[in-house]
Design a protein around this ligand. Structure first.
Ligand code: UD1
Ligand code: UDP
Length: 379
């Protein structure tokens, strides 16, 4: 074709952060591509924050988020919501990202519509269907229906080869999260840039104290896992009065409930609303240590040289674990507390883990994806 019709679909905060650089890159070549953006709005406020920062106005908005939504209704409303859009716009290529319900349901819808499916961040695997749940299933199903797999690393490519995906359908690009991180760091550095959220954070930081930044939301940690996480954070805060813990709490009610109940009263723990992307990146950069169960944060932190304790038993992102800057601590209270205390009190242990490295990308992943799709023009 002389012109390719693209439909980029996403629904949650991390998908938006990681797809924003691709939207921007495609839009540089409007003479070759008609690129439309569809959001399922599986997330609402947390997604809109990202769209505002990256200045992306979606062409279609399914506006699906419901309080405490369940996987059954979310999956079915994404599928049925996309039908008309796919049938009227008739995209040649549909782009989905990662491993959320939006990813899985949108790739299935695109398969029904007969579009070519491109999976961005393809091939991450723990090979354990229950961890993370339901993400391992989501990315595996999307892998099955995808025509082109944009893998962030050689390891993720290898996982797809093990699943018998044709080698020529797998393109190693790096992870677009590093494109987003670099864009954000550059935008914030600009002298004209003003951000009231960052100013507010600045005024609340005690520079005498070591900052621990915390995030968490994984479904398999809901319930008992979050209670142990909160107990661990409380113990770290009480044992180490010279630290300041800042925790932007995910809006999922299964997270908000235990976190606010168990941690509201501790002096050196600040529970705050989810931060916009630049403010969160700014805070990562100011932090001494990050404790999280997030996928994206595990990828960003090494680029900022920050040690990470990952509150999960498995990870599909082994590169930083192998490099020694990420440690898996699960939701075991004693392990979280012991590893945090070690990093707070043992300068050598801290230095060893604070290595700046970029195992997840060089900031050019979206350029590589767009050049690959360009090669399909006139083909
Ligand atoms: C989802 C993804 C997970 C991803 C995470 C990123 C699934 C099943 N889960 O988990 O893979 O890592 O997003 O954050 O796809 N809510 C709001 N406002 C928002 C966002 C969420 O109020 O902007 C609340 C709502 O009550 C919503 C609930 O959080 O029903 C859960 O949202 P959902 O997207 O289903 O699950 P997450 O835990 O966010
Ligand atoms: N993030 C953000 N504001 C916050 C917390 C996280 O912008 O208050 C960003 C973070 O930098 C990363 C992404 O959100 O890029 C991670 O999202 P999340 O942890 O919700 O999902 P996951 O990566 O685990 O799928």
């Amino acid at each position: 074709p002389l012109m390719i019709k693209n439909l980029i679909i996403f629904g949650t905060r991390p998908e938006a952060i990681k797809m924003a650089p691709l939207v921007k890159e495609f839009r540089k070549y409007d003479e070759f591509f008609d690129t439309k953006v569809c959001i399922t709005a599986q997330h609402r406020e947390m997604l809109d924050q990202v769209l505002t920062f990256f200045e992306i106005t979606p062409d279609f908005d399914l506006d699906l988020m419901k309080p405490n939504q369940n996987l059954y209704t979310l999956t079915s409303s994404i599928l049925s919501g996309l039908k008309t859009i796919l049938e009227t716009y008739k995209p040649d290529y549909v782009y989905v990202h990662g491993d959320t319900t939006t990813t899985m349901a949108s790739s299935l819808a695109a398969f029904y519509a007969g579009a070519k499916i491109c999976h961005v961040e393809a091939g991450l695997r723990t090979f354990n269907m229950q961890s993370p749940f339901p993400e391992e299933m989501n990315r595996s199903v999307t892998g099955v229906v995808s025509n082109i797999h944009f893998s962030p690393s050689e390891k993720s490519k290898h996982n797809l080869v093990l699943e018998n995906k044709p080698e020529n359908s797998i393109i190693v690009t790096g992870n677009t999260v590093i494109d987003a991180l670099m864009f954000s760091v550059n935008k914030v550095k600009n002298s004209n840039y003003q951000d009231t959220e960052i100013e507010h954070l600045k005024s609340g930081l005690d520079t005498e104290k070591k900052l621990i930044l915390v995030t968490g939301h994984r479904r398999e940690n809901h319930g008992a896992g979050f209670v142990r996480i909160c107990e661990a954070l409380k113990e770290i805060a009480v044992d180490n009065p010279q630290t300041q813990i800042i925790y932007p709490v995910h809006l999922n009610p299964n997270v908000q409930g235990p976190v606010y109940k168990l941690l509201s009263e501790i002096d050196n723990i600040q529970l705050i609303a989810p931060l916009s992307y630049p403010a969160f990146v700014w805070l990562m950069d100011k932090s001494y240590l990050i404790i999280t169960d997030s996928g994206g944060v595990q990828e960003e932190a090494p680029s900022l040289g920050k040690p990470v304790l990952v509150m999960r038993d498995t990870t599909e992102r082994p590169e930083a674990v192998e490099a020694g800057t990420v440690i898996l601590v699960g939701t075991n209270k004693d392990k979280i507390v012991d590893e945090a205390n070690k990093l707070l009190n043992d300068a050598f242990a801290y230095k060893t883990m604070s290595k700046l490295h970029n195992p997840y990308g060089d900031g050019k992943a979206s350029q590589r994806i767009v050049s690959y799709i360009k090669s399909k023009l006139n083909a």
